[in-house]
Ligand binder design. Structure first.
Ligand code: G3P
Length: 214
């Protein structure tokens, strides 16, 4: 399973990239707004740090606006993936970008039929939001499992990117369900290598060594 980081914070991206296990980055307008910097400039800075796909979302919600903004974003760097919403205009823009050879990430996916249509339109990535589905007392993982089954039934090549990850258990469940990619906030990436028995075991190994060998 590929691991992306879900942030627009450069320090977080650099720290995760330094671990050597980062495959890409997802951003959204809310994440870039938090950084209080220029939207396009921050995307360019991220693309300088990470070689893998960097999702850059459009703000427009109409077809023409999405095409204009998406083409501008695609010029920022070769690894930009244009992020579009799962709407009728979004799926039309997805098909048009696919025909132009531009990769897309279809975001705000909340039901399997959205994932089916964007796969037909040639999306490179689809982003079902697990946490936000859980937030309304539904089962986010069920959405992942259904999309996986539909894509496997018909051999769609769109990568299933699990988004809105809130905790490590989401990542384990995504890996078991066959998600192609998980995009994870930095604080949750840090938790992935944490276990109290690793910490206490390491402490004892070091203490025993020092006692015996000084
Ligand atoms: O980048 C999209 C997604 O991961 C947002 O997550 O936590 O705002 O629902 P969240």
């Amino acid at each position: 399973m590929e691991l992306y980081i879900d942030t627009a914070n450069l320090d977080e991206i650099k720290q995760a990239n330094d671990m050597g296990v980062l495959d890409g980055v997802t951003t959204n307008p809310s994440l870039i707004a938090k950084e209080k910097t220029d939207y396009g400039k921050r995307l360019a800075q991220i693309c300088e740090v990470v070689e893998g796909p960097v999702s850059a979302e459009v703000i427009a919600i109409d077809f023409d606006g999405m095409m204009k903004e998406g083409r501008e974003r695609a010029k920022i760097a070769d690894n930009i993936v244009v992020k579009l919403p799962c709407t009728v205009d979004g799926v039309k823009a997805c098909k048009a970008f696919t025909d132009e050879g531009v990769r897309t990430n279809l975001t705000l996916c909340f039901q399997p039929l959205q994932a089916l249509l964007v796969a037909k339109a040639g999306a490179f990535l689809v982003s079902p939001f697990i946490g936000r589905v859980d937030d309304i007392a539904e089962d986010g993982m069920d959405l992942i499992r259904k999309i996986r089954a539909i894509y496997d039934n018909y051999g769609y090549e769109t990568k299933l990117l699990a988004a809105s990850i809130r905790h490590p258990k989401h990542i384990v469940d995504c890996a078991l369900a066959g998600a192609d990619v998980c995009t994870v906030p930095f604080n949750v990436i840090q938790q992935m290598m944490k276990h109290p028995l690793t910490d206490s075991g390491l402490e004892k190994f070091v203490a025993d060594y020092k006692k015996a060998f000084g």
